[in-house]
Design a protein around this ligand. Structure first.
Ligand SMILES: [Zn+2]
Length: 408
């Protein structure tokens, strides 16, 4: 029998032993006995006899005895399962790393908010309010609004998402976000489904086309001008993709409201709303200064990616592995994370001094493209802003004045 088969059969045994449901049944039986039992109260002898008979009846049902033996059997089968799992899985000698409980609660809290589990977040607020910083607590209201907007969007109600986009219009425009276009496209499809072709056409002219063209055709007065020249220029230039997208939508006007079965059936696919939901989530989290994936999910994903290599290393180094880890105060080897998990890596260590940069000693970009900490740069230039020095990593020369501060 393979290890997995053994674990599977032991799991089945544990499931069978979990007969906790028989306890309420036996309690019900005891309640029935108690209900039907009547204390005659005639004299002490008959009362004693009645009590004795009641005692023996209750014992026959045997909750206490049955329960303790069930618990013992369950405990033994759980123990066997645990042993089998430990035997089947490699046992890395990883050191116990003390965790900051407060930080852990905060990370859990933010994760639950981002995942839309407000019931759990509220329970954390009740039970560990002291561990959650006030700015973190303030994230709940906007994230509740985000999840309400996402639910509405999936139910084809665009108004909360449109209201959010209107409130953050300047930011979205500055970032060149696709969200306004995706929402306008959903509103266009909504008009088509209702057969409101004129409203759809007006929306395409007033919202979709300007959004597809981007900022390139704004007049000095800030008004979008859709002259023939602008459109011709846009179709040939950078906005060609946006123009093509709007053109393909225009064809669907001829089929409204019977889009299903037509070549424009794709406009009814739920993926369109999902695309808008994804964009809204990204923009709303970014506006709150939060990454797309919560710190907790990134930790779990990073752990999943590096743990097999750490386990292998621990089996190679044995007990020395823990000493190496403890002495350095960090992982004993550099482990590369997949690019999708590198979103939290905002630490830059100077390649000359090997120290992480700080706001007082920021990373500086040299004209050759190499980056050093300001402290290392100052030493190379002997404190002068105009003295030329050679980059430690290439033959190019530079001065401190030529270097630019990098903001992480
Ligand atoms: Zn260089």
């Amino acid at each position: 029998m393979s290890e997995i088969d053994l674990i599977s059969s032991l799991l089945d045994k544990v499931a069978k032993k979990q007969r906790v449901d028989t306890v309420p049944q036996r309690l019900d039986e005891m309640l029935q006995i108690l209900d039907s039992w009547e204390d005659s109260g005639a004299d002490d002898d008959s009362r004693a006899a009645a009590l004795a008979s009641l005692g023996s009846k209750l014992e026959a049902v045997g909750v206490a005895q049955g329960e303790s033996s069930t618990a013992r059997e369950l405990e033994s089968s759980v123990r066997k399962l645990g042993k089998a799992v430990c035997k089947a899985m490699p046992q890395p000698t990883l050191p116990d790393v003390p965790l900051d409980d407060g930080a852990l609660v905060q990370v859990l809290y933010v994760h639950m908010l981002c995942a839309g589990r407000f019931d759990v977040a509220l329970a954390l607020e009740r039970e560990a309010a002291d561990a959650i910083a006030a700015p973190t607590l303030q994230l709940r209201a906007p994230l509740e609004a985000l999840h309400a907007a996402l639910s509405a969007l999936r139910a084809r109600d665009l108004s909360p998402a449109l209201a959010w986009a209107a409130d953050h219009r300047e930011r979205l425009e500055a970032l060149g976000s696709r969200l306004p276009f995706l929402l306008a496209r959903l509103a266009f499809v909504s008009h088509l489904e209702k057969g409101e072709t004129l409203a759809a056409l007006a929306l395409a002219r007033e919202r979709l086309l300007p959004l597809a063209l981007g900022e390139g055709c704004r007049s000095p007065r800030g008004k979008i001008e859709l002259s023939a020249t602008v459109l011709r220029g846009a179709a040939a230039g950078e906005c060609a993709h946006g123009i093509a997208a709007v053109r393909s939508l225009m064809g669907s006007l001829a089929f409204a409201p019977a889009l299903r079965g037509s070549r424009y059936e794709w406009l009814l696919e739920p993926s369109l709303a999902e695309e808008a939901c994804e964009a809204l989530t990204c923009e709303a989290l970014a506006a709150l200064g939060l990454p797309r994936g919560s710190a907790l999910s990134s930790c779990v994903a990073a752990g999943e990616a590096v743990l097999p290599r750490l386990v292998k290393l621990s089996s190679l180094l044995g007990p020395k592995f823990v000493d190496v880890w403890r002495s350095g105060g960090e992982l004993p080897v550099e482990l590369e994370l997949p690019p999708t998990h590198r979103m939290h890596h905002s630490i830059f260590a100077c390649p000359v001094s090997k120290e992480p940069t700080t706001p007082g000693n920021p990373p500086m970009l040299l004209p050759c493209g190499h980056v050093l900490a300001l402290g290392s740069l100052t030493k190379l230039a002997r404190g002068s802003r105009t003295v030329r020095f050679k980059c430690p990593y290439c033959p190019a020369e530079a001065t401190t004045a030529m270097a630019k501060v990098l903001h992480l």
